[in-house]
Design a protein around this ligand. Structure first.
Ligand SMILES: [Zn+2]
Ligand SMILES: [Zn+2]
Length: 284
């Protein structure tokens, strides 16, 4: 239910009313719970699919000179001509990043151009859109999970995991010490990409986070890295501050933490950061 082609078939052959009129109040049926799970995911993803198809999603790319705060639409940013994995707002930024270490890793990332394990660019682009959307939809819950991780693992970096292959796909926070199972290829380019992204996130002052999406098409399981970029580090520094204050004051109540996170998110909304990728899409 996260595949562009499957959602496209559903939307073509069944209008929403037909699909969703199958919702029957039969809570005693053994399949009811599974059906409701499917129903809810289908409904939510269909809304995202339609918005994506109508062009309401714009992917935003960050400059890979990690000191630069530039975020731009794909047509306004240039890629590294060799690996096609890095984006730069200017030749100056490209040259800074090259010296910072991209020159040592560029050739290791090059095979990714051919080895991406999911067939079409559109599927990859849609899964990125879906992940961005769900990240935004579950941001409060995620922030609370991050605080709890920072509190229990003060010196460890983390990544966000969206596993669409598990039935209850809630976003998880995982330590980078427990990386996702990356498909091994002769070149090990995905492993190189993972190490590079972990390293970049660590040097981004909280302006880049790692998000790994796991999804399947019935035949295979795929993993895709979807780095999240923000123009400022207000959320990350804010969460860190709350996590540190917990260490000093264990009495800090859950209600207070939630309130503080809500304030941070309100501040982020004022700055307009939340609206970078999705333009006003509502999916309940
Ligand atoms: Zn730049
Ligand atoms: Zn390169």
């Amino acid at each position: 239910m996260v595949s562009y082609s499957i959602l496209s078939i559903i939307s073509r052959h069944m209008d929403n009313d037909k699909l969703f009129s199958l919702r029957k109040p039969l809570p005693n049926a053994s399949w009811y719970e599974k059906w409701m799970l499917f129903y809810n995911v289908a409904k939510r993803n269909m809304a995202v699919f339609k918005a994506y198809k109508n062009g309401q999603y714009t992917s935003i790319r960050g400059c890979h000179n990690m000191k630069c705060r530039e975020l731009r639409r794909p047509k306004d940013i240039k890629r590294c001509g060799s690996c096609h994995q890095m984006n730069y707002c200017s030749t100056e930024c490209q040259s800074v990043d090259w010296k910072e270490g991209h020159r040592d890793i560029c050739h290791r990332l090059r095979p990714l151009r051919l080895e991406y394990d999911h067939p079409t660019l559109r599927e990859r682009s849609f899964i990125t859109a879906l992940a961005h959307h769900e990240h935004e939809a579950s941001i409060l819950d995620l922030c609370l999970k991050k605080i709890s991780f920072m509190h229990t693992h003060p010196d460890e970096a983390y990544y966000i995991l969206f596993d669409y292959t598990s039935t209850h796909s809630v976003p998880l926070i995982r330590s980078v010490q427990q990386p996702p199972r990356l498909r091994t290829s002769p070149s090990n380019a995905m492993l190189a990409q993972w190490e590079d992204q972990v390293n970049r996130a660590a040097h981004s002052e909280g302006r880049m986070e790692l998000l790994v999406v796991v999804f399947g098409d019935g035949k295979s399981t795929y993993r895709r890295m979807v780095p999240l970029r923000s123009p400022t580090s207000i959320i990350q520094t804010g969460l860190r501050r709350i996590a540190d204050s917990l260490q000093a004051d264990v009495e800090h109540s859950k209600v207070d933490i939630r309130k503080e996170v809500e304030n941070l998110l309100a501040r982020r909304r004022e700055l307009g950061e939340h609206a970078l990728e999705w333009e006003g899409v509502q999916t309940e």
